[in-house]
Write a protein that binds this ligand. Structure first.
Ligand SMILES: [Zn+2]
Length: 370
C-alpha cells in the first residue's frame, strides 16, 4: 500500500499517470481517494434544543423548516459545505430545491437526490409530483430521487419514482415506530400523518416490513441506497444482499438518538455493501463531517477492519450514490484526492488512527475544483 510514488495530473485535472518517485522527499505519506459523504441533508441546521426521540424530532424538524425561506435554506447548505472542506463529493437529499446552487457554487461532485413526500398521493398526483421535481441538477451532481421513507411515501409515489429509472435513496427501517406502523398501521406515525392530514380515508396497514415493501415495488437494486436499516429481520437482510442494494449508516445519528449500532460485522459477513454518511446537522452533536463519521464508526464498530471503514467514505460511498467514478483514483479519472502527512511510522494503522484522532494533516486536492 505504501511506496514512494508520484501522481501526475494533466491540465484538465485528470490523473495522467502514477509512477515511482525517486526524489529526496515526498509531500505526503499517503494519498487517499477524495472523501465521499454518501448521505446528507445540507439544508437542515441544528435544532434550537436537541430532541432525542425520533417522531418528536421529526415534528420539530418539520416545524423548523416551515419557518425558513428558500434563501435561508440555501445559506444553510453553503455553510454545511464550508464546514466539511475535506469532503468534495456528496449524496445530497434536497427537500426544497435550495441545495442545487450551493452545490454548483462549491463545485461539489456527487448526486443530487430530490426528496419526494406524500403518503396520501394517488397515481396521478404521484406522477405529477415526480415530473415536477425531476428538475435539472448540476454538471457535477446528476439527478437522483429520494422517496423519503415508507411512512411518508405512498405506494403509487414509490412506483412513479422507480419508473424514472433514476438512482434512488430511501430512509429504511430507522425506528421501532416505523416497524410498528408498517406492521399494524398504528402508533406515533399514524398520529403524525393524521395531524398533518396526510392519512388517506381508505388507508389499510401494509402488513409487511419496509424492505419487503420496497422489494415488492422493484425498488431494491444496486442503484437504490438504503439509509439506516436499524431494524431489519434476517429475511430483510437476505433481500438486501440478493438485490446488492447499498446500505448507508450514519454514525453521528446513531449516537445522537442513543441507538444501538446495527451489527455491521455480521452484515459484512453476509455480503452487505455499506457506506457512511453524515445525515443532517439536526441529528448531530457537534459538526457533521465525513472524517468525524469515520472516527465515530471506529468507536461503534472497533472490530471492523480500519481499511474497510475507510472504503465507506471512498469507493463504497461512490458506488452507493451510483457514482462509481468517485472515491477512487485511477488513470484517466478525476484527480480528487486527500494528501495526508503525519509523524510516526507509515502504516495503514497509523494512518487510520491519525485520521480518527485528528492528529494527521490532511489537504484536499484539487485546491480549486473545476
Ligand atoms: Zn437522512
Amino acid at each position: 500500500m505504501f511506496a514512494p510514488g508520484q501522481l501526475v495530473v494533466d491540465a484538465r485535472g485528470r490523473v495522467a499517470a502514477v509512477r515511482p518517485f525517486r526524489g529526496a522527499r515526498c509531500d505526503f505519506q499517503a494519498i487517499v481517494p477524495g472523501f465521499v459523504n454518501a448521505h446528507a441533508h445540507l439544508q437542515l441546521e441544528p435544532l434550537a434544543r436537541p430532541v432525542r426521540s425520533f417522531v418528536p424530532w421529526l415534528r420539530a424538524v418539520i416545524a423548523d423548516r416551515s419557518r425558513r425561506s428558500l434563501d435561508d435554506l440555501e445559506r444553510a447548505a453553503e455553510r454545511a459545505l464550508e464546514s466539511d472542506s475535506l469532503c468534495r463529493s456528496i449524496g445530497e437529499v434536497d427537500s426544497t430545491g435550495a441545495s442545487r446552487s450551493a452545490l454548483a457554487r462549491a463545485r461539489t461532485r456527487g448526486r443530487l437526490y430530490r426528496e419526494l413526500l406524500g403518503f396520501d398521493l394517488d397515481s396521478r398526483a404521484a406522477r405529477a409530483l415526480v415530473r415536477g421535481t425531476d428538475t435539472p441538477a448540476t454538471r457535477r451532481c446528476p439527478r437522483g430521487l429520494s422517496p423519503h421513507a415508507p411512512y411518508s411515501v405512498s405506494s403509487p409515489l414509490l412506483r412513479a419514482a422507480v419508473r424514472t429509472r433514476r438512482p434512488l435513496m430511501v430512509h429504511v427501517a430507522e425506528s421501532p415506530e416505523e416497524v410498528e406502523f408498517q406492521a399494524t398501521g398504528r402508533g406515533p406515525f399514524r398520529e403524525l400523518l393524521e395531524d398533518l392530514d396526510r392519512l388517506p380515508r381508505d388507508f389499510r396497514p401494509r402488513r409487511e416490513s419496509s424492505v419487503e415493501w420496497l422489494a415488492r415495488h422493484r425498488a431494491l437494486s444496486p442503484r437504490t441506497a438504503l439509509v439506516h436499516c436499524q431494524h431489519i429481520s434476517d429475511g430483510d437482510l437476505a433481500l438486501i444482499v440478493d438485490a446488492r442494494a447499498p446500505v448507508v449508516v450514519c454514525p453521528g445519528t446513531i449516537r445522537y438518538f442513543r441507538r444501538r449500532p446495527p451489527p455491521l460485522e455480521e452484515w459484512i459477513r453476509a455480503g452487505v455493501r455499506f457506506a457512511l454518511g453524515t445525515d443532517s446537522r439536526a441529528s448531530h452533536d457537534g459538526d457533521a463531517t465525513i472524517v468525524g463519521e469515520l472516527v465515530t464508526a471506529r468507536r461503534l464498530w472497533p472490530n471492523v477492519e480500519p481499511e474497510r471503514l475507510l472504503t465507506g467514505i471512498t469507493a463504497a460511498a461512490g458506488r452507493a450514490i451510483a457514482r462509481p467514478d468517485l472515491g477512487v483514483l485511477r488513470v484517466g479519472g478525476p484527480a480528487d484526492f486527500v494528501g495526508v502527512a503525519w509523524s510516526g511510522p507509515t502504516t495503514a494503522e497509523t494512518l487510520f488512527d491519525g485520521l480518527a484522532s485528528g492528529s494527521v494533516e490532511c489537504r484536499a486536492f484539487p485546491r480549486d475544483p473545476r
